[in-house]
Design a binder for this molecule. Sequence first.
Ligand code: SF4
Length: 292
Amino acid sequence: MRGLAAELKKEFGFRLVKLPLDGGFSCPHLESGGCLYCSQKGSGDFTSPGSIKDQLALQKKRLAHKGEGFIAYFQNFSGTFAPLDYLRRVYYEALDDKEVLALAIATRVDCLGEGVLELLEELNERTFLWIELGFQNINPSVMEAVNLGYTEQDYRIAMKNLRKRNIRVVSHMIIGLPGSSLEDELATARAILDEASWGVKIHSLYVQEGTGLAELYKKGNYIPLEFDDYIRRASRVAQLFGDKVVIHRLTGDPPRGQLLAPDWVLDKRRVLGTLQKELARLNKEMLKKENE
Ligand code: SF4
């Protein structure tokens, strides 16, 4: 398995730490109700408002001990959904900081118009850039139930446009969405591989207060995955990815105090440790079968 820390160390020769930033963006999909699991901060629960310069200073204070260089990470809402001159200003404000050596921007597949792509191409020449793109699940009925507001085709078009410009992409997928099966999750992973994504984030779905999912959960209409089921699914998905993509994440990271369920997501060490063991077991089993 290729992990992000090792990959960046190979590239830069030292450890980099990600500084989560709020670029003051919104999301066009909120008008259509938003994704079922969207938190009130647009999935950027570890950021705080303020100018980019102030935010960088604040996040460095929190996180500088973890690395020798920084990745400016525009995490909240859709990080390419704003007028081009605004986008240019905030991205370059982050890059003006000489300790910022890489830029990561999270966005939606439908927020990558021609002008944005051109700007990203320019940034890609100036720094180590990656775009974080939500795909989540390939099954159209799951996409609809979760109200993602885009299709598999939209994801594939966005990937093609970014690939054409040599821009790295980290595709996001979620395990345990309502109505999703292991087969759907494996098919989602196959599509991510087909599209030559540089990296992947595998999230475990959790129920956060204030989301549409929380309402479903409270009415008994959504049952979170059990720990063992998550391990079973995530290990199969990670096995499929193998060394072909950089794994940026293998579980969810809920903000404490807002989590309704499942409790096991809070014990990240247990989740990751058990996943590694299961992955090693699956790989051993696969090797044995190949040698038979
Ligand atoms: S795309 Fe992101 S910010 Fe927009 S509604 Fe979905 S989760 Fe929220």
